[in-house]
Design a protein around this ligand. Structure first.
Ligand SMILES: Nc1ncnc2c1ncn2[C@@H]1O[C@H](COP(=O)(O)OP(=O)(O)OP(=O)(O)O)[C@@H](O)[C@H]1O
Ligand SMILES: [Mg+2]
Length: 369
């Protein structure tokens, strides 16, 4: 069943935490709600689960309006951000509990618990009590308890937050494989943009109680709707640099004391000249040791090795900075004077006031080159 959220709003007293949420969540897809702490992700998930009531708006499962249906009647399984296990039961019984209550045959319970425990790498822990587990192990038991039920809808709130970096990566792909196999509609909450990018069919990027963009990971990355999405998705984050799109067809960057440097052709040629905010991801910034066409002078402030890449922090103009990402074997050094340019096809243009991506407003900009 497709889930539809129409004009959902939620206030706690005078504080409005969700403002007019409209989303369509297609059946069998893996949808992620991502955004900074406090943006309303948990609140929205709890409203979908029926644990919280919206102040206004409607939720549909298929054509059925469910806004007033009790959580038990919705047959959804939720993994909470703060999870509680039954302290007196061992891990096996904690995971099996929901199946026992539903009078599932014993052999089937055994098989299903072992299956999810295998996926979550907790088979050696099945006999232990929760207090004998680490936080990350408990979190996986809580996840197992939801997965074993095979509900029609999974709601997961930061289910991997307590795991170490390596285990997170493993669990990310295990969860994704589990989803590909069962195709259970999943709504997944995280503040980790990489988790959202790698796991999702669609991402709803939230900020300040609003959905800023709802699209596929590719779309959100390549055509971010506004500067918030552009800055939140992608690591290291996009550079934002004040510039101008000139009527004569040139795109220029403000390089200090009123100076401007032409850096690319403008996709807005022929339109009135205007101020813009240029967006350039660090991997689309080019650093040259010698002067080149359409570059400006900068000085390297800091070089950080990431492994296969280096991050180069550059100062230009009167105190502006930007970050470039270069290959690890690049000989660039702090203190060096360089010339900086951009991959012209990868530049993003934003309205400096509204923050909106101009490509979404001007059809010419969205034409494939
Ligand atoms: N019961 C409540 N009463 C009052 N305010 C609340 C209540 N629950 C949440 N809020 C507020 O609503 C906003 C959204 O909270 P929510 O828990 O949905 O954020 P979140 O996106 O899940 O954040 P996090 O990533 O930190 O978990 C926050 O500003 C929070 O303080
Ligand atoms: Mg939360």
């Amino acid at each position: 069943m497709t889930i539809r959220l129409e004009h959902l709003r939620k206030s706690f007293g005078p504080v409005q935490v969700l403002k007019d949420i409209n989303l369509e969540l297609p059946e069998r897809e893996f949808i992620t709600l991502v955004g900074p702490s406090g943006c309303g992700k948990t609140t929205l998930l709890r409203i979908i689960a029926g644990l919280e009531t919206a102040s206004s708006g409607t939720i549909y499962h298929g054509e059925t309006r469910v806004s007033d249906l009790a959580p038990g009647k919705r047959d959804v399984a939720m993994v909470f951000q703060s999870y509680a296990l039954y302290p007196h039961m061992n891990v096996f019984d904690n995971i099996a509990y929901g199946l026992k209550v539903r009078r599932t045959p014993k052999a089937e319970i055994e098989a299903r618990v072992r299956e999810v425990a295998g996926v979550l790498e907790i088979i050696p822990l099945l006999e232990r009590k929760p207090k004998q587990l680490s936080g990350g192990q408990r979190q996986r038991v809580a996840l197992g308890r939801a997965m074993v039920r095979k509900p029609w809808l999974f709601l997961m709130d930061e289910p991997l937050s307590n795991l170490d970096a390596k285990l997170r990566v493993t669990m990310r792909s295990e969860l994704k494989r589990f989803h590909l196999r069962l195709e259970t509609t999943t709504i997944y909450v995280t503040h980790d943009q990489l988790e959202a990018m790698t796991m999702s069919d669609k991402i709803a990027v939230m900020d300040g109680g609003e959905v800023q963009q709802y699209a596929t990971p590719e779309e959100v990355y390549n055509r971010p709707a506004n500067t918030f999405v552009a800055g939140f998705i992608g690591s290291p984050p996009m550079n934002f640099l004040p510039g101008a799109a000139l009527a004569d067809g040139e795109l220029s960057l403000a390089t200090g004391s009123g100076a401007r440097t032409v850096i690319a052709d403008s996709p807005l040629a022929g339109k009135a000249s205007r101020e813009i905010l240029l967006g350039a991801r660090p991997q689309d910034v080019r650093v040259h040791a010698a002067v080149a066409d359409r570059t400006f002078a900068a000085e390297i402030v800091l070089v950080q090795l990431l492994g296969s890449e280096k991050l180069v922090e550059l100062a230009y103009g009167s105190g502006a900075v930007l970050t470039a990402q270069v290959k690890a074997d690049s000989p660039l050094k702090a203190g060096q004077k360089v010339w900086v340019g951009f991959d012209p096809d990868k530049l993003h243009l934003f309205d400096p006031d509204s923050g909106r991506n101009l490509a979404l407003e001007s059809p010419r900009l969205s034409d494939p080159a």
